[in-house]
Design a binder for this molecule. Structure first.
Ligand SMILES: Cc1ncc(COP(=O)(O)O)c(C=O)c1O
Length: 397
């Protein structure tokens, strides 16, 4: 992923700024920090790039989801529609927020579809937690229509989608708020970190306060600040924020390089009869971190992956069997295994996780292969990879 590919002197300089002062905490301590506020600068850079009015940096993409959930006011017993293809964090975030996740179908966008959401709505549904998977936006217009029809709050988990836009506007700004991950495997990284964005001052204040035990951050006497409500500690350190700041400045170039490399590979694969590509509701706005394509059948997909192993073609992922990203591997979630009692145990769910069927999601996921695009590929490396990949696929199709 670009973040770790491009870690360098710019990040080291920002971190050294912090180490020279020793001001590791994001609030207060003006007397030591020499005017440096890395978390604030990082947030300003995220606002500048995404166009958000407000951004709040936290410790991870997972805690960004938790802060967003808390700010939504959706909780005990409310149902939130989530996709079966995602990293598990948003689903855990719904449970930990006291609400109950209900799985809707994805389609060839590899995100929740408007139809999938419509079919998952129950009288208890209060929100949709849309996940923009693999660096590109879902069908936002269609999804906004369903949300409007059923009066549902839209939250956007953009954990994998920094740099993704839809109709010229960043993902994360279509709903109430959006969350981004800056862990080590993302387009921009802090090592560990996350950011929530929103255009609503009210929601921003809640996400800011809930990330710091409810502190209002008004005035300069931390010990005397009022608390309007409880929160927890999701505070990012100045060190992580310093890295995130340097990385954010690189995002436009990373996206441009990704797009060039992805375009080349897609053109190579287009030559092969039988392959189809992920449906991108806004191809222009794709951050191009992944190239996702589909084989005609599951059998051929499995055959292709064993061919890749035989031919030594690395870097192609089969998310369908991956332990973290698809519902088939989530027995711990389907069994609602958690060390303590959750709302679902008392209140039930309109969906039975053990018997639910998601045929559309199963079909598209079983046929999908995914290439992580590298922004640092040289022309030679890209050409060689494209040759080996295309050659291997042609043996199967
Ligand atoms: C879609 C999505 N949401 C949330 C997260 C959680 O982010 P983090 O690892 O920073 O907690 C991830 C991480 O992979 C993710 O892919």
């Amino acid at each position: 992923m670009p973040g770790m590919e491009l870690f360098g002197d710019e990040e080291r300089k920002e971190v050294m700024d912090v180490l020279k002062t020793g001001a590791l905490f994001r609030y207060g301590h003006e007397h030591v920090r020499k005017g440096m506020w890395k978390a604030k600068e990082f947030e300003a850079e995220v606002c500048r790039y995404t166009g958000a009015k407000y951004a709040h940096a936290v410790t991870s993409g997972s805690t960004a989801v938790a802060a967003m959930m808390a700010a939504s006011g959706i909780g005990y017993g409310d149902e939130v529609i989530v996709p079966p293809f995602t990293f598990v964090a948003p689903i855990e975030g719904v449970f930990l927020g006291g609400a109950i996740p209900v799985f809707g179908e994805i389609d060839e966008t590899f995100c929740l579809s408007a139809e999938g959401i419509e079919n998952a709505v129950s009288p208890k549904t209060k929100a949709v937690l849309l996940v923009h998977m693999c660096g590109a936006a879902a069908d936002i217009d269609g999804i906004l229509n369903v949300c409007k029809k059923h009066n549902l709050v839209l939250m956007e988990d953009c954990g994998q989608a920094m740099g993704a836009f839809y109709k010229g506007k960043s993902v994360g700004l279509y709903g109430m708020a959006g969350s981004f991950s800056f862990d080590y495997f993302k387009i921009a990284t802090c090592g560990e970190g996350g950011v929530c964005i929103t255009d609503s001052q009210e929601i921003y204040n809640k996400m800011d306060q809930v990330s710091d035990h409810g502190h209002t951050h008004i005035g300069d006497n931390r010990g005397m600040e009022a608390h309007e409500f409880m929160g927890f500690n999701y505070r990012i350190s100045e060190l992580g924020a310093a890295i995130g700041l340097a990385q954010m400045r690189k995002v436009p170039q990373m996206v441009a390089d990704n797009k060039k490399n992805k375009k080349y590979l897609k053109e190579r694969l287009k030559e092969i009869d039988g392959l189809t590509f992920r449906c991108l509701p806004d191809e222009e706005g794709d951050s191009a971190t992944f190239l996702n394509f589909m084989f005609p059948t599951r059998k051929l997909t499995e055959k292709a992956f064993s061919q890749f192993s035989k031919d030594g073609v690395g870097g192609v992922a089969y998310w369908y069997t991956n332990m973290y990203h698809f519902i088939n591997q989530w027995d711990h979630i389907k069994n609602v295994s958690y060390p303590s009692r959750l709302a679902i145990h008392d209140l039930g769910c309109s969906q039975d996780y053990k018997t639910m069927e998601l045929p559309k999601s199963q079909d598209v996921m079983a046929r999908m292969a995914s290439i992580g695009i590298r922004c640092t590929w040289t022309e030679d490396e890209l050409e060689q990879f494209g040759d080996r990949l295309a050659h291997s696929i042609k043996k199967v199709l």
